[in-house]
Design a protein around this ligand. Structure first.
Ligand code: OXD
Ligand code: MN
Length: 601
């Protein structure tokens, strides 16, 4: 299967939908002069265009059509094996000064970077089609919604953007004719998919992104990590809102009372599973609905935080997804989906490690090689992905499209921690909650290149995604809190604590409803909590653990605060803050001392 494909020649009436905005026309013309494509394809997002592009992608061997009986209207793509995850080491924030990018970002000087990238892009689209993809992020009638245009020479990117965003005429219309209107410029070229020529560069002051040398979603669907988080977080601070790496879910009681919760977990730590959770039998009548599974844009209204999901699709990790772990995700990816780097069975179906049922006797693995259950290699890459429309989700929240967003009652931070962090606890107040987010850590996963399983600090799960100085980002969080008269309560969860023999103590998945229920109880003002040095913890009888096969010892271990472990943990917090070189606000430094003082009491 190929990544790079030669130019296509659409029939008349397809690919001709030029916008009227002169600023867009001038920019596309400039990129065209630089990259020298064979032709320019203006996307309108119509069904006719979609059918044509799918057919071309199959003809060019970029996509493989799966068995329509098994997975209707769905396709497989294999990426270059050197290009399977986000590349944080080649991701840059190009602000006028290094200080603006801050200690957690790679910085590179804007003029020099433009010049280097223009050098790489010179003639890069020769013999290829330059696609112009207009899109909006956010519901059509939301004040938070942003317009973006992505130029790309990858037909796979166009087809993925059609799922992940509201794409085409809707964006052209929203932008209108005003050449001074705000919109994001994104340029993507595969070049020759060489890791030595792979750069993901953001120019926040220019609302511009340039990504070259990769075809992996997180690097090239510029709407997602690049615009909605990196550029988004920069714009959010400037404009007084928040762009966060958070899922948004609704939880409704049998009596019909509804709460919305936003949760920040690092990449590949179960945000999609949590956002689509099915409560266990014991919680009959409770319903969980999904607003978003990865990104939340939040604004203040009437002293409360309201959130929208700017995306229109899910780009999730496939391995481990099955009818037990996430039935709603399985239904979401059962049709009209794109699969990347999973295995292909002999009957044209997809397969991955952890899928329900027995493994196939033979398949073609993600690299295109023969595979059998005896093979040493994995059939699907650990970061293989699905791209699926939100409309496929049977529990999509009815207010998904609501322009004002949904009111957030609780914010949850969480990471993958084998030890130290209890199952759940609640911060004492907003500033303490910001401290919990700022000191969050997680064991690394396959979503980014690099070693897997190492504990790294990942403030608010935004370490790879904050588009400006992390100290200012913490300040922005604190400042938002001061503007909220009815702030969400802030919690920390850890589904991944291990006991003796390295076994997970908590069953996770649907049973996370039990923790969610305690969080909702706290939002309702229940007293069911015990004060500890790190925050409010549920007492043994405050968590509803009925019909769960979990012994007392495991519950104790799940909720245990080990003083020795916490001594080390607090030293790590201090070390992390100090490593940021003096940018951390005093208010958070003080929080660190206060936790230590509470332990000393
Ligand atoms: C993602 C990520 O793909 O966080 O959502 O890497
Ligand atoms: Mn993510």
């Amino acid at each position: 299967m190929k990544n790079i494909a030669p130019a296509i020649s659409p029939p008349s009436g397809i690919g001709e939908n030029k916008p009227a905005n002169q600023a867009v026309l001038d920019w596309v013309h400039e990129v065209e002069l630089l990259t020298k494509p064979e032709n320019v394809f203006w996307c309108d997002g119509s069904d006719r265009e979609h059918e044509y592009l799918l057919q071309e992608a199959v003809r060019q061997n970029v996509l493989f059509k799966l068995n329509d009986q098994k997975v209707p209207r769905s396709y497989l793509h294999r990426s270059n094996p050197n290009d399977v995850a986000r590349v944080e080491q080649f991701t840059f924030i190009c602000t006028p000064s290094k200080e603006e990018a801050g200690p957690t970002n790679n910085w590179s000087e804007p003029a020099e970077t433009y010049s280097k990238l223009h050098g790489l892009l010179k003639g890069a689209m020769r013999g290829r089609t330059l696609f112009v993809v207009p899109y909006i992020m956010g519901p059509p009638d939301s004040p938070l919604t942003k317009v973006g245009f992505e130029i790309t020479d990858s037909i796979y990117v166009v087809l993925s953007m059609r799922i992940m965003t509201r794409m085409g005429a809707i964006a052209v219309k929203r932008l209108g004719r005003d050449p001074a209107a705000e919109w994001n410029r994104g340029v993507h070229s595969l070049l020759d998919v060489d890791p030595a020529r792979r750069f993901i560069c953001h120019f926040p002051q220019d609302n511009t992104i340039i990504s070259v040398g990769s075809g992996y979603g997180g690097n090239v669907l510029l709407s997602k990590k690049c615009l909605a988080l990196r550029i988004g977080s920069y714009l959010a601070r400037k404009q007084g809102w928040m762009a966060e790496h958070m899922l948004i879910l609704g939880v409704e009681s049998p009596e019909g009372k509804k709460y919305y919760v936003a949760a920040a977990f690092p990449s590949a730590c179960g945000k999609t599973n949590f956002a689509m959770l099915i409560p266990p039998k014991h919680f009959a009548g409770w319903k969980v609905t999904t607003v978003g599974d990865d990104i939340a844009w939040m604004q203040i209204r009437d002293g409360r935080l309201f959130a929208v999901n700017p995306e229109n699709g899910y780009f999730g990790v496939v391995p481990g997804t099955n009818y037990k772990s996430n039935p709603n995700a399985m239904k979401s990816i059962a049709h009209d989906s794109l699969y990347t780097n999973v295995a292909l069975t002999d009957d044209g179906d997809v397969w991955w490690e952890g899928k329900d049922g027995a493994p196939p006797k033979h398949a073609v693995d993600w690299r295109g090689n023969d595979w059998t259950p005896d093979s040493k290699e994995k059939a699907a890459h650990p970061n293989s992905r699905f791209t699926a429309p939100v409309r496929n989700n049977p529990v999509l929240d009815p207010d998904f499209e609501k322009g004002e967003g949904v009111p957030i009652s609780a914010i949850i931070f969480g990471g993958r921690r084998s030890n130290t962090m209890p199952l759940v606890f609640q911060s004492f107040d907003w500033a303490h909650g910001v401290y919990l987010g700022a000191t969050m850590a997680s064991e690394t996963t396959a979503a980014a290149t690099g070693a897997v399983g190492q504990v790294r600090r990942d403030p608010m799960a935004m370490l790879p995604f904050c588009g400006y100085n992390i100290g200012d980002y913490f300040r922005h969080w604190l400042a938002i809190g001061k503007r909220l008269t009815n702030p969400p309560l802030i919690f920390n969860v850890n589904w991944f604590r291990k006991g003796e023999g390295g076994k997970f103590l908590w069953p996770g998945f649907g049973d996370n409803m039990r923790v969610l229920k305690w969080i909702i109880d706290r939002c309702e003002g229940s007293n069911g909590a015990l004060k500890s040095p790190i925050g409010w913890l549920p007492g043994l009888h405050d968590l509803d653990l009925a019909e769960l096969d979990l012994d007392h010892k495991s519950v104790d271990e799940l909720l245990e605060i080990d003083h020795e472990d916490w001594k080390k943990e607090l030293a790590e917090h201090k070390k992390f803050f100090d490593s940021l070189g003096g940018v951390v606000p005093d208010e958070l430094m003080k929080q660190c001392e206060e936790v230590a003082a509470r332990f000393a009491k």
